[in-house]
Design a protein around this ligand. Structure first.
Ligand SMILES: [Zn+2]
Length: 149
């Protein structure tokens, strides 16, 4: 039931915050494969506040480097499934994305992005995968580093 609704809502082209659709916020191959309902609860105000805060920063990322979102909101079940012990994606204020050139664009964002809490270039040796993890929770700490995951 919840899962069917999730799949249906992924088709909507309506913007729910800024220029982002529900699909941008909660689409996940792993959720689909495992029939997990990864829809952000509509009445969780804290969660939506976080989603909107990071969306505002991500609009600027879009202008700077044409990103493709790989993971934004994750429900607890999905977060556990992908092996994350942290809750930044569960709370809605973290976005993972890739670009044509992750190294170049990470450097660019560190220099040009006016606000962010943490910007991390993450590298998974076992899968030879590299992506950028952006967090914005309202605090402009501008912490940035590399992390092997
Ligand atoms: Zn992340």
């Amino acid at each position: 039931m919840g899962y069917e609704n999730y799949k249906k809502r992924l088709q909507s082209r309506e913007f729910v915050t800024g220029k982002f659709t529900l699909r941008d916020i909660c689409y996940s191959d792993d959720a689909i494969e495992n029939e997990i309902n990864n829809l952000p609860p509509e009445h969780n105000h804290e969660l939506w506040k976080n989603i909107k805060a990071v969306a505002e920063v991500f609009e600027l990322v879009k202008v700077i480097c044409n990103p493709t979102i790989s993971s934004w909101y994750r429900c607890l079940v999905l977060n556990g499934l992908v092996g994350s012990k942290k809750l930044h994606h569960v709370k809605g204020y973290a976005i993972d994305f890739v670009t044509d050139d992750v190294e170049r664009d990470y450097e660019r964002l560190v220099k040009e992005l006016p606000k962010y809490t943490r910007l991390i270039i993450e590298y998974k040796e076992s899968e030879k995968k590299k992506w950028i993890h952006l967090e914005y929770n309202g605090i402009n700490d501008k912490i940035h580093f590399r992390l092997d995951v």
